[in-house]
Design a protein around this ligand. Sequence first.
Ligand SMILES: [Mn+2]
Length: 333
Amino acid sequence: MAMWQKIISIMQQYQNFVLTSHVNPDCDALGSELALAEHLRNLGKKVTILNSDPVPPAFRFLDPQKSIKRYTQAKHASLIKRAEVIIVLDASGGWERLGRVGEVLAQAEALKICIDHHPEATDFVDVAVVDSEAAATAELIYDLLRVMGGSLSASMARSLYAAIITDTGNFRFPKTSSQTHRITAELLAAGANPLEIYGQIYEQYSLGRVRLKGRVIDSIQTAAGGQIAYYGLDRATLKAYGVEVSELDGFASLGQEIGGVRVVVFGVERSQGRVKISLRSDGSVAVNHIAVAYKGGGHPSAAGATIEGELTEVIAGVVQKVERLLETGGKSE
Ligand SMILES: [Mn+2]
């Protein structure tokens, strides 16, 4: 397709590539990096993947060769200087989304490319392909590989498949399309194993994490006649179960399992006097306006903010705002 022409000619012309993505990399960030890196290496290019944060344990199975490096000034400063092309994946919006490595990459002489499915600003790079209809950046990487006629190995298929199932919430989020399924079909044909990949991502938790989930479910309260589900976690409970804040993926959607619930409010005490609130909606109301009111952000159906205050008070305040939102028919205040 025409949208790839510039990027393809850059890929053909240059030799030294650095691939990178956002802080707290998810499967879409990592899977897109790994698949594109393998493709570029197949073309004989030198590729380094550099992120600010380490690969989360649940996603390490994607990178058995450990080709994703955590950026350090001492190890990578000269490599970044030599880079001819920097490709930012799954992270439009600006260099600050990349953390520490972004500060250094921003100063580099290299040509800068961004490939993403978030409709944020791309004026920080020279060339950008952004398609907000794509369910994952991995869909765009798949398309690029196909346009370039690259081969699709089993490891590339695994990386892209993991990215797509996580970014679509296992094929349920609104951006999931017939194209998503067509791509996924090709990934299965190329060797991606759904049972294995699902098991690696969702079935490797600690006993404490699974028990904590039970405790959280047991603590769910409802408001607005069952339209709101709310619950929270304090630091003492996290500590007692031996669970890190980074392991709470999926907890925010637990309340959505209840019939009739339209909005979920989930609060986690981060440090003394600071609470991270996650909001989820069934799609009938936009909850990002509430997050924005607290200087947070997100999508209409998934948003969040960090709020000063005591855990139960913060949750109660947000629940009140959601109640008012539902009373006004779901329109923002
Ligand atoms: Mn993504």
